[in-house]
Design a binder for this molecule. Structure first.
Ligand code: DP6
Length: 333
């Protein structure tokens, strides 16, 4: 099934003409505590395993979507106030997603995106961007889709966007259906106001291997990839229990171990994928040293060299003094 066919299935019977002149929407970025690494369907971004994240509240993407003037040659796309040419990577990815909901091939959109995720903070903005875009399209066309359907639409842009439709903790169900209609993000009811996430930016160089290519390689060549879904299932159970009991040590230890297991998969992929830089390992060791000295802080990392810290409000002064460059976020503030 193609992404457009999946979108058509989801939008069957819904209007394909704008209901309002323009629509605005916001979605938060998210950081995974149990990671998504591997697809069972590449075109639809269907994962081999579920994942669980926490949304980053005020760090995310604002999107304004409207119909362009009739006769426009291409979608008008701007990012943080700067107009982008149609050949830029951002505009191409946005237009490819807009193709899924385009009323007819000649219809052009005007899209303004603004990120409150500082580009240099080391958090991905693609998840919040596609989630905000799905919400804005819903408002522009007057679909009134439930959150699950918006999550499916956002997933077609980027897998992790399925987790950015809600605040707080979100579990992305892997689903079993070939059309992916059962693969969407489900928010957990628990709030954890004292939870903090810190981002240590160690390098802003572009990653050597993108997520899509890296996942494809790991699924096909990592000799122990087959063990990943079972490991995620166990980590998810531990994370659910940690969240229910506000057990920071269990949450931190599980997220850290899950992230290291994902990086182990990457390393054992052929050819190998290594995102860590010397500074990455230095920061990992500094987190372990801090813990040995009694500071309750853990880390997680995505497909890149930057490290994210996980801790609670009470540890914030100690964490800030050891990691002075970290950008600290309160996801439930
Ligand atoms: C390591 O969602 O960026 O951050 O579906 O190909 O767009 P695509 O991948 P993407 O992958 C995120 C991978 C990760 C782990 C995670 O966020 O769960």
């Amino acid at each position: 099934m193609t992404p457009r066919e999946a979108a058509d299935l989801l939008l069957a019977g819904r209007p394909r003409v704008p209901a309002v002149a323009a629509a605005e929407a916001y979605a938060p970025a998210n950081i995974a505590l149990a990671k998504y690494w591997g697809k069972r369907d590449e075109a639809l971004n269907l994962p081999t395993a579920p994942s669980l994240s926490v949304s980053l509240g005020p760090l995310g993407s604002h999107v304004r979507l409207s119909a362009a003037e009739p006769g426009a040659a291409h979608d008008g796309v701007s990012l943080n106030g700067a107009p982008l040419g149609p050949e830029t990577a951002f505009a191409r990815r946005a237009s490819a997603w807009l193709d899924l909901v385009r009323p007819d091939p000649d219809f052009r959109f005007e899209l303004q995106a603004r990120n409150t995720v500082p580009t240099a903070a080391g958090f991905a903005s693609s998840a919040s961007g596609f989630a905000a875009l799905a919400k804005a399209a819903d408002a522009l066309f007057g679909w009134n889709l439930p959150m699950e359907s918006l999550s499916v639409l956002a997933r077609l842009g980027s897998g992790s966007a399925a987790r950015s439709l809600a605040d707080g903790f979100v579990e992305w169900r892997a689903g079993e259906r070939a059309d992916g209609m059962d693969s969407f993000g489900v928010p957990l009811p628990e709030r954890w106001p004292s939870l903090r996430v810190g981002a240590c930016v160690l390098s802003s160089r572009e990653k050597p291997v993108g997520s899509r290519e890296g996942m494809r390689r790991s699924v096909s060549s990592c000799p122990f990839y087959g063990g990943w879904p079972g490991l995620v299932a166990r980590d998810l159970a531990a994370l659910r229990s940690a969240i229910a009991n506000r057990d920071m040590a269990l949450l931190g230890a599980t997220a850290e171990a899950n992230c290291l297991a994902m990086h182990a998969l990457m390393l054992a992929t052929r050819p190998p994928i290594l995102y860590a830089l010397p500074e990455t390992l230095g920061t990992v060791r500094a987190v372990w040293a801090a813990r040995e000295e009694g500071v309750p802080v853990w880390f997680t990392m995505d497909a890149g060299p930057n490290v994210k810290l996980l801790f609670e409000e009470a540890a914030e002064p100690a964490v800030r003094s050891r990691f002075p460059g970290a950008t600290v976020v309160a996801p439930f503030a």
